[in-house]
Ligand binder design. Sequence first.
Ligand code: SAM
Length: 289
Amino acid sequence: MKFDLAEYLTVLSPKDRVGIERHLLVKKKGLLNKYNMPGTREAYTLFAGTIVLRDTYKFIKDKIESMLGSVENLTVLDLGIGEGFMWNKILSSLQPSLRKRIGIVGIDFSHIALKHLKKNLSGFSLNGLEIIRADMNELDLVKLNLNPDVVISSLALHHLNMREKVKIINGIKKSFDTKLMLSEVDFNLEAIEDIRLRNYAASLLYRDVFDTIRSIESQKNAELILHNFYYDEFLNILKSDNPSLEERYIPLSEWMNIMRSANIKLTDIRITLTGINNIYRIGIIEGRT
Ligand SMILES: C[S@@+](CC[C@H](N)C(=O)[O-])C[C@H]1O[C@@H](n2cnc3c(N)ncnc32)[C@H](O)[C@@H]1O
């Protein structure tokens, strides 16, 4: 069956249908530079405030609190740390005496995100904050010369293609004796296996996201956020029936396979209870290298 984008665009408002077509044209001409665009940052701020992520951050915070029970100081390596939205939420809800025992090494390739990260975490007294601007795909983890207690990556590895995902997970296994906590977008395969239905569900979900952004942001801002971020996310989440190396969003079960193939022992799996339509949600996998 051929993947027909136009079929799913009918679910969206006429404004977004036109917007996505324009977005595809700009993309084809290679004129997008996502991570340095203000829209990307604003879009993620909106998403980070949603209830889906509140559950995710709470889960990771509880894990960190429990790890602090067995070590004096906790060193965390965060791959794709961004502006530190996750850390802001987690650190704000931890006791200052616990925060002081956490050292964070954050890696990201967006220099704008890292600039904001410094500002966002400057109010917390930590055991250390080291920021490394690097592309995960080009990074030799062994050369970092680190001994992290836990490697965390929250909503960042879906930006990598399949080959890169496998490479980074194998790299973590090879480089560190550590816990690994991965939080990623998941979709409910049990609830829905039919690819067309799944795409319709994604389109409905995104119609909701697009409409919400239009209703809470000024028109200019909404256009910026949608064009620089969400249209691309939408196009990436729609799955054709011909999965490719470029595929970004894979279900949690695929992440588990990648981790198992890298000989990482899975120790816990969670799926956030709240999702917009119980088809897309956030999953968290914890493992030990
Ligand atoms: C959606 S944000 C998540 C930020 C953060 N982990 C959180 O939960 O608050 C994804 C981050 O991954 C970073 N990223 C994506 N691909 C990357 C790569 N190849 N190397 C380094 N950073 C990358 C982006 O710059 C962005 O800051």
